[in-house]
Write a protein that binds this ligand. Sequence first.
Ligand SMILES: *Cc1c(COP(=O)(O)O)cnc(C)c1O
Length: 351
Amino acid sequence: MKAWEKNIRKVVPYVPGEQPDKVKMVKLNTNENPYPPAPGVKRAVEEFDYERLKLYPDPTVGKLTKAIAEHHNVDADQVFVGVGSDDVIAMMFLTFFNSDKPILFPDISYSFYSVWANLFGIPFERPALDDNFRIIKEDYYRENGGIIFPNPNAPTSVYEDLELVEDILEHNRDVIVIVDEAYIDFGGRSAIELIDRYDNLMVVQTYSKSRSMAGMRIGYAVGNPVLIKYLNDAKHSFNSYTMNQTSIAFGIEAIRDEEYFRDTLAKIMATRERTKKEMAALGFMFPEPMANFIFATHEKYPAKELFEALREKDIYVRYFTAPRIDNYLRITIGTDEEMDQLIGFFKEYMK
Ligand SMILES: *Cc1c(COP(=O)(O)O)cnc(C)c1O
């Protein structure tokens, strides 16, 4: 070992789903949207003046922040924009979780949370979800340094109603509570309606799933302006120009097109309902999905075996080796044609 090794910060990174570069594949492994971004985004891409790239972007991300605020009927000072919600949440861990007491998040949830906690040296505890992958709200009544959970949850697709969210808020007035709503648009009700009553609530959303713009990297938080200011202070102590010119320009167009957004969501939810029926008929079991993916286990075929067999045929789904979920597949809802290929594969395999 080199002498300098001992001074190096060593971390165990998050492992994202693979991004294979194949012409013909069915990609259902990272919860991307199978439909293109809104038509206004295409226009903005075509009209974008490449000379603008010589200038730094607006460090306040003013226009995009304003567009997002208008969409949610809040003030611009209640919105913080970042490079995907991963960037927003990382900034929140750094800024809000600065206590000696452990932060709390469910044992089965977004696996990035423990990575950030370890990176920043934040103690954490992970109360176990019940056997149906539901949050046990009483587990969050204990003393803690902050709380974060995804709703709907990832990778289970389970949605908890706002009563549970509010109950957790009621019992935690003295710490920051973050609700990660990466999948809220696929059928849930956003906790943004609670921000005026809870000054310690932060709600995070993203363009990556419901707005078909994972490649553009746009995420944001909505909540108390005082907390938003602390987030901006942390951001400007790190890198002021995180949001690039194109993300800002295209992001504004995407959030303005409500009709296209609703249409795309309706299509994905309809495909989800169809896929649910077909998978149940094949012997799969899954909690009621409220996101753009289904978290399924099969009574007879081990998930790992199915995952590998699918991969052989260039059908990509996600498989996790973590305890309690290592016999499940997380399957993104793609187009009807893509789901037909998936179901067709299962029918053939299980014959
Ligand atoms: C996808 C996802 C994110 C991150 O999305 P970004 O692409 O960084 O906006 C955050 N939380 C959960 C639960 C997710 O599934």
